[in-house]
Design a protein. Structure first.
Length: 409
């Protein structure tokens, strides 16, 4: 009987316990793209930049029968433009004479134009600073006198992107300074990453990405606060077709394996109006920022987003004004960092936050194989012990039953 029970365990129970862990290994997004980078495509020595450094990075991510174009540019307010085409041979064309002379409209396009399936852009427009002397971390309930004049990112001076461009890892780092003394020893930086396949970033919050996404990491370092109680708010604007609706939602999770103590993910999604069509694009982030470059758990600080606000006009980004024309609209969103009781900015003079910009539906978090394996063992071992205990009891009872008549003497 014990042999039969062992056979039952090996054939049915153990595969049931272990199958989830191994099945998870096959659930990943295996789609891959071929990624290439080019800085200032088509620009030559005859084109002069009236405002100094030109930073226009074109990332081309080619699939089987489509192409994703990411353009990362610091001319005006820094922005990331995403264009999806149904052609594997579509290309970026820049009329540099028009673009650099300020005659922006139509100076940047993806050809063939009829191959374009979806276009959108995320623009970093302003950095707000406010005096949180009462430690509320709630700028929506502060008087206007608590706010300092905003840092208009379109007026920043940006370093040469070529210094940090990495063609192997598909990354680039853009740092700039504002026109005030606050940025004498500090900088506002954006780190851009493109991806060939599914994976996660090497540092917190380790957002899950796939081949249809790019990542932008914002950080503020060494900037002198205009108050001993300074906190910051980052203003973003998103541009897409007027035929699309957008909404911001926050989803809950039971897993904080990759972003400790954070059980939520926020996403700004874009889909056709009055349609059951799938999501066309998204901006996704975890509601957490970090106060040091190499954070530990205590360096995490929550962040919150505002309601969406329609904007009257497109933001002052040369990239956006060069590509988008009539039929497009902009919505704004503020991201507020810190909560009441958290240290103020001057405690570390550092703040970072990470966001994904991608095509289609946002990636969905799930348990890793390690966590599933631990759960399977945690639940499976007690079950196995119970089964073995039951088998042992049955065997003992079977042996204790008399086999026939036994005389008293």
């Amino acid at each position: 009987m014990a042999t039969a029970a062992s056979l039952l365990l090996s054939l049915f129970i153990w595969p049931l316990l272990t199958r989830p862990a191994f099945a998870f290994l096959d659930r990943g997004d295996t789609y891959r793209r071929k990624v290439s980078l080019e800085l200032n495509p088509g620009l030559n020595s005859s084109h002069t930049a009236p405002l100094g450094v030109i930073n226009l990075l074109h990332v081309r991510a080619t699939g089987n029968n489509d192409t994703l174009h990411f353009i990362f540019c610091s001319q005006g307010a820094p922005a990331v433009l995403l264009v999806h085409t149904n052609s594997s041979s579509s290309s970026l064309k820049v009329d540099w004479l028009k673009f650099l002379s300020g005659n922006l409209s139509g100076s940047l396009k993806i050809e063939p134009e009829n191959s374009v399936h979806y276009s959108s852009a995320l623009v970093f427009t302003r950095l707000w600073e406010y005096d949180d002397v009462n430690d509320t971390a709630d700028p929506t309930h502060l008087p206007p006198s608590s706010f300092f004049p905003p840092y208009e990112l379109q007026n920043f001076t940006w370093e040469d992107l070529n210094r940090t461009l990495n063609y192997t890892t598909h990354t680039a780092q853009l740092c700039g300074k504002g026109p005030t003394e606050s940025f004498h020893n500090g900088s506002f930086c954006l780190g851009f990453s493109a991806f060939e396949s599914e994976g996660r970033g090497p540092t917190w919050p380790r957002l899950l990405h796939n081949a249809n996404a790019s990542q932008v990491r914002f950080w503020l370092k060494g900037v002198t606060g205009r108050s001993g109680f300074s906190r910051f708010v980052l203003e973003l604007q998103h541009i897409d077709s007027k035929e699309l609706s957008s909404q911001v939602e926050t989803l809950r999770s039971i897993d904080d394996e990759y972003t400790p103590s954070i059980f939520q993910v926020s996403q700004w999604v874009f889909s056709p109006i009055n349609s059951t069509s799938p999501i066309l694009g998204y901006v996704q982030w975890k509601p957490v920022a970090y106060r040091t470059e190499s954070p530990v758990l205590n360096d995490a600080t929550p962040c919150r987003h505002s309601h969406l606000m329609p904007m009257d006009q497109l933001p002052a980004s040369d990239l956006v004004l060069a590509y988008f024309g009539d039929g497009y609209s902009a919505h704004g969103l503020n991201v507020t960092f810190s909560i009441a009781g958290d240290p103020f900015y001057n405690a570390t003079d550092y703040l970072s936050w990470t966001v994904l910009v991608g095509l289609g539906s946002p990636p969905t978090e799930s348990f890793s194989a390690l966590v599933i394996g631990i759960m399977a063992l945690g639940l499976g071992i007690p079950l196995v012990l119970i089964l073995l205990g039951g088998v042992f009891v049955c065997v003992r009872k079977q042996r204790s039953v008399p086999q026939g008549y036994e005389p008293i003497n």
